[in-house]
Design a binder for this molecule. Structure first.
Ligand code: GLY
Ligand code: MN
Ligand code: MN
Length: 528
């Protein structure tokens, strides 16, 4: 809905467009002034602003709502914030939620807050554009964190915001929380966003630095830069280094999930599996539609919206040779009985944790011999990766185990220019022609979680209990690949599971979704 539909058309007096007539503004020889240009966004406004109307629309509302409840996550975020101030000491750390992003002129994309902000605040879903979490060492004990959450609480019924502000107004975006309600829910003291500037500047200097999470909210970063400058803190490279270190720490602290996060991952995976089940039920409809891939995407995404916040990333519904395009998200192709369809999809639940699962399914319900051959090779690579994944192994070992199987398969097919062993050597790597992506990535609130972690904390790090990552080998034989036998051209398979490192191995969180060819066939038959 646009901002100006459905408002009572009783008056046009004092509309912003009228008010903005620029008295005395210097006007270029031709064309509108900047003020005139700015006012054009309101050029359709017919909203009444007279006093009688304002009094009328502000009265007669029932304001009883259920009392707010403290969220379970509020028991976990204090330890996260303590770890943060210990890793980035003597610093006031500023975590913006982010800003609304325009889809086109006055219509925005749904809001999804920044991951670090959500992790340290316990907020999720669409909470809250333009808000800011501030974390700093406690004055009494620098190993403990103090936090304050700044946001724009709801305005009263007597405000113009209530009915006239399409970004914040209650009649536009629904009832917004009060300071007290949010404080109760997340267990963090709250203040009005208008108090942010003074709060950020207080005591900043030699003993206390001030840093904003980079890349989230340019206006907050500019405010922090200004306050740093006014208080003698370095700008330029010095400031960038501090901000990058903050981002690195925030990424690395999420490498090992706490108990709340593991439970959320289980929920995200369970919802995702229900999405895959619905997709299988809708495969006949997909086959019947000329854009069957969209039927699959729409089916999965409906489950994601029904059961969660959204999809955790754009759904890949790739039928036939489209499966060879790793990030096929156009999803506008047909789904044919004789093809495989690769579905890579994840439900992001309201806490923002997402699954990331791929299954490659025979549309007919039965694999052909050639499809089965490729599928079994990928499954063997996955099994090898699972076997290598345990505490003490390196993250990179999981990929290496999968690659040994992939290289051996390709050697058997006669595709490698040499032996599998030669291909596996750093100067070879020819097998990667048919699987150019990695086998694993950390998973959590971001599908590619912890992406700013240092190499020694990620790829070269030992696995420890509580880590969650994917195992997702694949083999992709493009339809245009003249090196591969004709019978497998256009066949691409990926099998992707989400695993939790335990005390002695890994738990496959997505094990309820069948992996072997036989189990996939039986499961599909049971759903049809
Ligand atoms: N869906 C993206 C990935 O598997 O990494
Ligand atoms: Mn995936
Ligand atoms: Mn993945």
């Amino acid at each position: 809905m646009s901002e100006n539909e459905n408002t009572p058309q009783t008056s046009t007096e004092n509309t912003p467009a009228d008010a903005a007539a620029p008295g005395g503004t210097s006007r270029p020889a031709e064309g509108p002034t900047p003020e005139e240009l700015a006012a054009r966004g309101d050029s359709r406004s017919q909203r009444p602003t007279n006093a009688a109307f304002r009094a009328f629309i502000g009265s007669g509302w029932d304001d009883t709502v259920p009392p707010p409840e403290r969220r379970e996550v509020a028991d976990f975020t204090p330890a996260r914030r303590d770890a943060l101030v210990r890793a980035v000491p003597a610093t006031r750390l500023v975590l913006p939620a982010g800003v609304l992003k325009a889809r086109s002129n006055d219509t925005d994309y749904p809001f999804r807050p920044d991951t670090a902000y959500a992790y340290y605040s316990g907020l999720g879903t669409d909470e809250e554009p333009d808000s800011v979490l501030v974390v700093e060492p406690s004055a009494d004990d620098p190993a403990r964190a103090e936090a304050t959450y700044f946001f724009r609480p709801r305005a009263g019924f007597d405000s113009t915001e209530f009915y006239a502000d399409a970004t914040y107004g209650e009649l536009w975006v629904g009832r917004r929380p009060t300071l007290e309600e949010t404080a109760t829910r997340i267990g963090i003291p709250t203040r009005h966003i208008d108090e942010l500037r003074d709060a950020l500047a207080k005591d900043v200097g030699d003993q206390l630095s001030l840093v904003a999470m980079p890349g989230v909210d340019a206006s907050v970063e500019a405010l922090v830069a200004e306050i740093r400058d006014q208080n003698g803190l370095p700008g330029g490279d010095g400031a960038t280094r501090e901000a990058d270190r903050f981002a690195e720490v925030a990424s690395e602290q999420r490498l090992v999930k706490d108990g709340f996060e593991v439970a959320q991952m289980r929920e995200a995976v369970a919802a995702t599996i229900r999405g895959f089940e619905d997709v299988v039920r809708h495969l006949p409809e997909a086959v019947a539609h000329e854009r069957g891939e969209r039927v699959i995407e729409g089916t999965f995404n409906a489950v994601a919206r029904r059961e969660g916040n959204a999809v955790g990333y754009e759904t890949i519904a790739a039928s036939g040779h489209h499966a060879g395009t790793l990030h096929w998200i156009r999803n506008d192709g047909p789904v044919r009985e004789q093809d495989l369809v690769l579905i890579d999809a994840g439900v992001e639940i309201d806490s923002l944790y997402t699954a990331d699962i791929t299954r490659t399914l025979p549309v007919s319900g039965r694999f052909s011999t050639a499809q089965r051959r490729v599928y079994d090779a990928v499954l063997a690579a996955s099994d090898a990766a699972f076997a290598a994944a345990r505490p003490g192994a390196l993250f990179r070992d999981v990929h290496a185990a999968a690659m040994e199987v992939i290289a051996a398969t390709l050697e058997e097919l006669g595709l490698l220019p040499g032996t599998a062993a030669e291909s596996l050597a750093p100067e070879g790597q020819f097998h990667r022609r048919w699987m150019v992506h990695g086998t694993s990535h950390h998973l959590g609130m971001d599908v590619h979680d912890c992406a700013k972690a240092r190499r020694e904390m990620y790829l070269d790090a030992e696995l420890v209990p509580g880590m969650v990552f994917t195992i997702e080998p694949g083999l992709y034989f493009q339809a245009t690949d003249t090196l591969v036998p004709e019978e497998v051209r256009g066949i691409a398979v990926r099998i992707e599971d989400d695993v939790l490192v335990t005390a002695d191995g890994v738990e496959n969180l997505s094990r309820a979704l069948p992996r072997t060819a036989e189990d996939v066939e039986a499961w599909m038959a049971s759903l049809r």
